[in-house]
Design a protein. Structure first.
Length: 237
């Protein structure tokens, strides 16, 4: 969901390319015997609250399964449960790459609930975890969006620029920057960023609408007309 809230493209880069493939609705996360009478059947596939996490050996926890559970909760808009799953990964994992991804996903779930302070904290933790990590550009980009929503515009621009520095082929970050620049009325700079996003394969209606806004701001009605036609064609499909 880069840029505006109705565009959820910022969620699309969470670390795993095929993160929902093969999801098991009833995975065996722990090899711990629990009386089923005390388990809510809705939540039986996550670690129940009656377990004391500090007493569970970390090698018994399948964090990759917990990750899939959390991501699947996001897909069905159960963000509180997703946050719980990612929080448990953060507690149990000793792998920095997994830890960074869990913090990012936790921040995304908080963002969906418009809990911007918590989202910002999660994305910052992701960055601190490994400043040269695999998911650092995603963390910076998502932090930029959350800061923008939290009305910290200058910081938002700083972090989206860092995301692009980390991965100059990160289309969603170019889109975010273009959106921020449009909001500032810097339409020529915004158009450059949005064209980069499109050239890198990000061709959603939202990015075209932002490009149209740039064209209108620059009074380039010929190009704006072409963009409007492309939006209409996309909406008809």
């Amino acid at each position: 969901m880069a840029g505006r809230k109705e565009d959820k493209s910022w969620q699309k880069k969470r670390g795993n390319e095929n993160q929902y493939e093969g999801f098991d609705l009833d995975p065996k996360v722990l090899t711990v015997d629990i009386d089923p009478r005390y388990i809510d059947p809705v939540d039986s596939h996550v670690l129940p609250d009656l377990l004391d996490e500090s007493t569970i050996p970390k090698d018994l926890v399948e964090v990759d399964v917990l990750m899939e559970i959390g991501l699947s909760y996001i897909m069905i808009d159960r963000f509180e449960q997703a946050i719980d799953s990612f929080s448990r990964i953060i507690w149990f994992t000793e792998d920095n790459e997994v830890l960074q991804e869990a913090w990012i996903n936790k921040g995304i779930a908080h963002s969906e609930l418009e809990e911007w302070d918590e989202a910002i904290g999660s994305f910052k933790e992701a960055i601190i975890t490994d400043e040269k990590g695999k998911h650092i550009a995603t963390a910076e980009n998502n932090l930029a969006f959350a800061l923008w929503e939290f009305e910290k515009d200058e910081e938002a621009m700083e972090h989206v620029e860092r995301a692009i520095e980390m991965d100059e082929r990160f289309a969603e970050a170019w889109y975010n920057k273009g959106f921020f620049l449009n909001e500032r009325g810097l339409f020529d700079q915004a158009l450059y960023c949005l064209n980069n996003a499109i050239g890198l394969g990000y061709r959603s209606i939202n990015v075209l609408q932002e490009k149209l806004r740039s064209c209108d701001g620059l009074e380039d009605y010929e190009e704006g007309g072409k963009v409007s036609e492309a939006i209409e064609l996309m909406m008809e499909k």
